[in-house]
Design a binder for this molecule. Structure first.
Ligand SMILES: [Zn+2]
Ligand SMILES: [Zn+2]
Length: 752
């Protein structure tokens, strides 16, 4: 009766399935048919670090399961992928290895793609891109020029760390205790011209549209609100030594108690209030000084008194102070200081001699509430109107690094900064640069720097700053939707974008909120400029799932702690399906996943049991006896099995649609228990399964394998093939329909 059944051999199974997928091109994004639902699933874009870590495995296991589920339902799916390949991590690795960053990036990318394929992730690998490819960064340059034309990019002095020994600017992570990472000499802050992205025109829309986002999970939404940093309150217009000044307060009911005004050093009118030469020095120092590196605590944050004043809402003079504390709380604005009810304001007031102590000490009314503090309540102030402020603000996008997108600008003595005409893009980055950490390698390359001015033709110099990789990331969700062969010629206006955008789901780490926020801003800008006019709400992602990180022993994984879990070792030992299932099962996306081998063992045991159990039943069905009366006697049990399958499948479907894969996996394991339970009950009642029972059970096992396919695709597909069904009937996997469980006693059919 029993044939030799293959035991569960993950390595063999996975190699077999992966070879078939590759050969058939199963994951190439199809051209959607008319009326076909389509889904562009966008997982996070990693740095080319050289190794996938468990956080990536978590991210891609979720995105891949969702993509496979949508394909199984008959939808057109694009599971796109690309590397965030420019930037400091690659440059530092290249310095350490003394090789060009381009070479390092190519090696890392190749290795990581190999890991991803071994894990069975169903990306359209033909569409993989690197942000450092010429066909890619030319569009970063195009975006820069387009935003520059629209007034959304500007150039202004900013403070950066500078090492005199190495003759280079330093990123903040290259400064350790005020010293250079490379030569350990003290660094100093210098002012230099820097390019900024203007996001303020879109903050209000990002705010109101956040409320309308469906299919965004709570973690993703809360990061958007946090980054926006909205404060609601009131504003009013005051007059003073520097002219009119609009001031804000979150404390609606208490503005009559204000005793000073705090001005941001970045307030557009700050200069009118800082006229005294001595005070002017203080402002210059604050601007070039290191407040970025100092605490945001009101007791230690830099603050100075301008010596000027405004007439407050109660008619008394309010001293005007300047401090970046305003920026950290409300953005670059002017805020009323109300020490009577606001702790931070009380700390500031205590440091400025000109401000009297609050009138009465208010024992119970402290805290930065909304101004409803009992004894401190003051009468409403005339002229106050509802207002809000956003903490999010414009940010710098240029760096003095050689491994980045060259900024397409030429500096001419006659014309000033001149944009490179779009027709002349790309401005090509020399690929053979070997950064050492010293100087600015791009500035030392005459073949790069010396150029004719696009305006007047006179000898001029190229901009030697490059774009921060955060700028590349503004549109990293776009290129996968454009066929690779078209990317050199057409990107932001490619007709396929209308097919795939907005992306159905972004799946990203919980720390990606800043990237996503800025991607939403740039989408709105490109909508208004033209190319993305088809995205009426200016949103790049219809849905978004953020997941927390993977840790070990309750701590972040790090080489230093020796607790890094290497996905390659797990795959080698247990197989890709086990690793994928374990990572999904171990925790819901909103929870930090504290890695333990328990989940691995659970997932592996489940797969082995399911494998052996199913193979045995598939082999036994042919020999099951059939008897009309016996089949009729257990019909109600088969009916119950069908209901179990119905309910289980409904739950699993719902879980996957919500990307709650941990619940889906749990419901799959429960359904397997039900199927085993069915057999036990039939055997208990009649001693053995009738052929009708065996066929119903096999239909249930097939349904289970179909539902398992998004999570453990290799084992699931091999089981479907082993079920005795025609290959064409079961592959590619379609999402199951529980009505396929045969219940009626009369009509058991021959299999095979
Ligand atoms: Zn140095
Ligand atoms: Zn010129």
């Amino acid at each position: 009766m029993s044939k030799q059944k293959p035991s569960y051999d993950a390595e063999r199974i996975e190699a077999a399935r992966q070879a078939v997928w590759e050969q058939r091109g199963d994951f190439e994004a199809p051209r959607p048919a008319a009326g076909q639902a389509r889904a562009y699933v966008k997982p996070s874009s990693p740095f080319t670090s050289g190794n996938l870590h468990m956080g990536h495995v978590r991210d891609y296991s979720i995105g891949d399961a969702y993509a496979r589920f949508r394909r199984a339902r008959g939808d057109a799916v694009l599971l796109g992928f690309g590397f965030d390949a420019f930037g400091l991590p690659a440059e530092l690795a290249a310095i350490e290895r003394q090789e060009p960053p381009a070479d390092w990036v190519a090696q890392c990318g190749e290795r990581m793609l190999g890991q991803m394929k071994r894990l069975g992730f169903s990306f359209d690998y033909d569409r993989v891109f690197y942000s450092s490819d010429e066909s890619q960064y030319r569009w970063s340059q195009w975006l820069f020029l387009t935003l520059l034309e629209a007034g959304l990019i500007y150039r202004e002095d900013a403070t950066v760390d500078w090492c005199d020994t190495c003759q280079t600017t330093l990123a903040s992570i290259q400064v350790e205790d005020g010293r250079c990472w490379r030569c350990h000499n003290e660094v100093r802050l210098i002012r230099r011209p820097t390019w900024f992205l203007r996001i303020t025109p879109y903050l209000e829309e990002n705010d109101s549209s956040t409320e309308k986002l469906e299919n965004w999970d709570d973690l993703a939404l809360s990061t958007q609100r946090y980054i926006l940093g909205r404060s609601d309150g009131v504003e009013l217009d005051l007059e003073g030594d520097g002219g009119p000044l609009t001031v804000f307060s979150p404390h609606r009911g208490a503005i009559g108690l204000a005793s000073f005004v705090l001005l941001s050093p970045r307030h557009p009118e700050v200069d009118a209030w800082v006229t005294d030469p001595g005070v002017r020095d203080e402002l210059d120092q604050m601007r070039s000084g290191g407040w970025d590196r100092s605490a945001r605590d009101a007791r230690s944050v830099p603050v100075f008194d301008t010596g000027t004043a405004v007439v407050g809402p109660g008619g008394d003079e309010l001293p005007v102070l300047v401090s970046p504390l305003v920026d950290a709380r409300f953005g670059p604005t002017a805020a009323l200081g109300i020490p009577a009810i606001d702790d931070a304001d009380r700390d500031i007031a205590a440091r400025i001699g000109r401000i009297p102590a609050p009138v009465e000490s208010d024992e119970d009314g402290g805290g930065a509430g909304d101004g409803a503090a009992g004894p401190a309540m003051a009468a409403p102030v005339a002229g106050a109107r509802e207002a809000k402020r956003y903490r999010a603000n414009d940010f710098s996008i240029s760096r003095q690094r050689s491994w980045g997108t060259p900024i397409p600008v030429v500096h001419c003595e006659q014309c000033g900064p001149v944009p490179v005409p779009k027709a002349e893009l790309p401005v090509v980055l020399p690929r053979d640069i070997k950064p050492t950490g010293e100087g600015n390698p791009l500035a030392e390359r005459p073949d790069f720097v010396d150029v004719a001015c696009p305006g007047c033709g006179a000898p001029a110099k190229r901009e030697t700053d490059t774009l921060d990789c955060h700028f590349d990331a503004l549109w990293l969700w776009v290129p996968a939707a454009v066929p690779p062969e078209d990317r050199g010629e057409l990107m932001f206006e490619h007709p396929d974008l209308k097919e795939w955008l907005p992306a159905e789901r972004l799946v990203a780490g919980g720390d990606s909120g800043g990237f996503v926020f800025d991607q939403r801003i740039v989408t709105k800008a490109l909508r208004d400029i033209g190319p993305f006019s088809f995205l009426a709400d200016g949103e790049p992602f219809a849905g978004c799932l953020f997941h927390e990180m993977v840790i070990a022993d309750g701590r972040k994984m790090s080489k230093h702690l020796g607790n890094v879990v290497n996905p390659d070792e797990l795959v080698e030992r247990y197989g890709a399906d086990t690793v994928r299932l374990a990572v999904l099962y171990a925790a819901g996306p909103a929870k930090t996943l504290n890695w333990s081998d328990g989940a691995l063992r659970f997932a592996n045991r489940f797969l082995r049991n399911l494998w052996t159990y199913s193979q045995d039943r598939f082999a036994a069905v042919e020999n099951a006896p059939h008897d009309e009366a016996a089949a009729a006697d257990t019909e109600f049990m088969r009916d119950r099995l069908r209901k179990w399958c119905d309910n289980g499948l409904a739950r699993i479907t719902d879980d996957v649609e919500q990307l709650q894969m941990h619940k889906a996996v749990r419901n799959i394991t429960r359904l397997f228990e039900r199927i085993q339970d069915f057999e036990k009950r039939v055997v208990k009642r009649r001693g053995q399964l009738d052929r009708a029972d065996a066929e119903a059970q096999i239909a249930a096992l097939v349904l289970l394998a179909q539902a398992l396919a998004p999570f453990a695709p290799h084992a699931a597909e091999e089981l479907l093939l082993a079920s005795g069904a025609d290959e064409a009937a079961v592959l590619p996997v379609s999402w199951p329909d529980s009505a396929a469980i045969p219940v009626a006693a009369e009509a058991p059919t021959a299999t095979g």
